[in-house]
Design a protein around this ligand. Structure first.
Ligand code: SF4
Length: 474
């Protein structure tokens, strides 16, 4: 980090006070030149302006991965299985009932349902699952299916009025057909009980990065199209970013700018749905093919090739769709990962709060960063601690597992200087724990230490070799 005066980059007071919008160029400069302390102070001031300085929120929900069978092969994933593998599964109704029953028993309000992108389940399976869950648990909000799953749905569902699925790739159909099919599917699932969409699968929306990390399950354009249709149909969605791999800083800012522009359009056109939140986290490398790529040595003082390519794309000098031009601009880009630790995470999250003047909530990512760093996130622009974690399968498969119950999450919020407050999916308050709270009922904290079981399985049978495939190589 060098020390360009902040006043030469932007009027930071105006940004913090909501009188000016940070441009993408300013955001990149700010990230490169501002100290972590300043980013923390500015983003906290911005969060206080938007949310007050008394209350910070959490939600009680449960991640339920209804299947781990997945047709995609993301290089950063350790969760997926092929159909027929010994530990491949699709949850039965009895298993769903048990999991969501446990959630309801602790006062949960929401379930996050996400797969694998199962190539063989028909739309009737999903309609039946949603309808049945709605009848069994009418009090539980069904937050389900991230954009890549919808892309898969559009590719594999047989629907009247649309060509029969052939090559099984949504990208093989014209965009207008894809969007129309998406609209039909989403309406049917909404009518069956779907209430809102999670923002998973965003990773980095810029195409040259997606190609290289094997995130071909949904292009950046398709990811945004899914969310746009959800907003048109009146559903709220979240948005996400997974960084700290091959991308440059400018790629992260371009990713955020794509979401901010989409939100601008939704607001301008007064669509009934919106993005309500943004959450970012560093890539977790264990047990993933991408994690076995060479690691960039920050200490060596050399420039990171991912930054060179990102800067060229950002400047408009290289078309991110043009593989040859990308390769010529930065031949080494994509061959090394620059992992992000706590400092990078906090800086990035703070920047996101300053950048997103049109998104309500910034969530702290304690699931990947651990409870203490997640708590620190409340001093770096986050207003929400996310969910009490009863179950997590995807990130834990990549080597990071943290679980917090309601008392623990409340204590983290209270110890950070705020009143813990349970919210619902739309960020309305359910319960403000002013002088009471689950944490204040705990007399012995020795049994409440958050479980931390980061692990590595170098000899795991599930190990997948990193291959430079067509999707990865320019
Ligand atoms: S990240 Fe999701 S879509 Fe990609 S391989 Fe894993 S389960 Fe499939």
């Amino acid at each position: 980090m060098s020390s360009k005066p902040i006043r030469d980059i932007c009027d930071i007071d105006a940004v913090v006070e909501g009188r000016a919008r940070l441009s993408p160029t300013q955001a990149i400069e700010l990230y490169r030149h501002a100290s972590i302390h300043d980013l923390g102070a500015w983003s906290t001031a911005a969060a206080d302006r938007m949310h007050g300085n008394l209350v910070r929120t959490y939600v009680i929900d449960r991640n339920v991965n209804y299947t781990n069978v997945c047709s995609a092969k993301c290089t950063f994933c350790a969760f997926r299985r092929d159909d027929g593998e010994a530990d491949a599964y699709v949850l039965s109704k009895d298993e769903l009932k048990q999991k969501i029953g446990e959630l309801a028993a602790i006062g949960g309000t929401q379930v996050l349902l996400q797969g694998g992108m199962h190539p063989d389940l028909p739309i009737a399976f999903y309609e039946d699952m949603l309808g049945w869950l709605g009848e069994e648990f009418p009090q539980i909000h069904l937050h389900a299916f991230s954009p890549p799953e919808f892309v898969e749905f559009a590719a594999v569902f047989e629907l009247e009025g649309f060509p029969a699925p052939g090559a099984k790739k949504a990208g093989d159909m014209p965009r207008e057909v894809f969007v129309e099919k998406l609209r039909v599917i989403m309406k049917r699932l909404r009518d069956a009980g779907l209430k809102s969409l999670p923002g998973g699968g965003g990773e980095i929306l810029v195409e040259h990065v997606r190609r290289r990390i094997g995130s071909t399950k949904a292009t950046g354009e398709q990811w945004l199209d899914v969310m746009r249709v959800a907003h048109e149909l009146g559903m709220f969605t979240s948005s996400t970013m997974m960084f700290g791999h091959i991308e440059g800083v400018a790629d992260r800012v371009m990713h955020m700018a794509m979401i901010r522009e989409a939100q601008d359009a939704a607001m301008r056109e007064q669509l009934p749905g919106r993005y309500v939140s943004f959450i970012s986290w560093p890539f977790q490398p264990d047990n993933t093919p991408l994690g076995r790529a060479a690691q960039f040595d920050i200490e060596a003082g050399q420039p990171f090739a991912g930054d060179a390519l990102a800067d060229a794309v950002f400047a408009g000098a290289v078309d991110p769709e043009d593989r040859a031009a990308c390769k010529a601009a930065a031949p080494e880009a994509g061959r090394e990962v620059r992992l992000a630790g706590a400092t990078e995470y906090l800086r990035m999250q703070a920047l996101s709060r300053l950048f997103f003047d049109n998104i309500h909530s910034i969530g702290a990512s304690w699931v990947t960063m651990g409870p203490k760093i997640g708590q620190l996130g409340l001093s770096f622009g986050a207003n929400d601690m996310g969910s009490v974690m009863m179950e997590e399968n995807v990130v834990s498969a990549a080597g990071t597992t943290y679980c917090l119950n309601e008392a623990e999450i409340c204590r983290l919020i209270r110890d950070a200087g705020y009143t813990p407050t349970q919210r619902d999916n739309t960020y309305d308050f359910i319960k403000v724990h002013e002088s009471t709270g689950p944490d204040l009922e705990v007399t012995d904290w020795s049994a409440h230490r958050p479980a931390t079981s980061a692990f590595a399985q170098p000899d795991s049978e599930n190990k997948v070799e990193l291959t430079i495939s067509e999707a990865v190589e320019y």
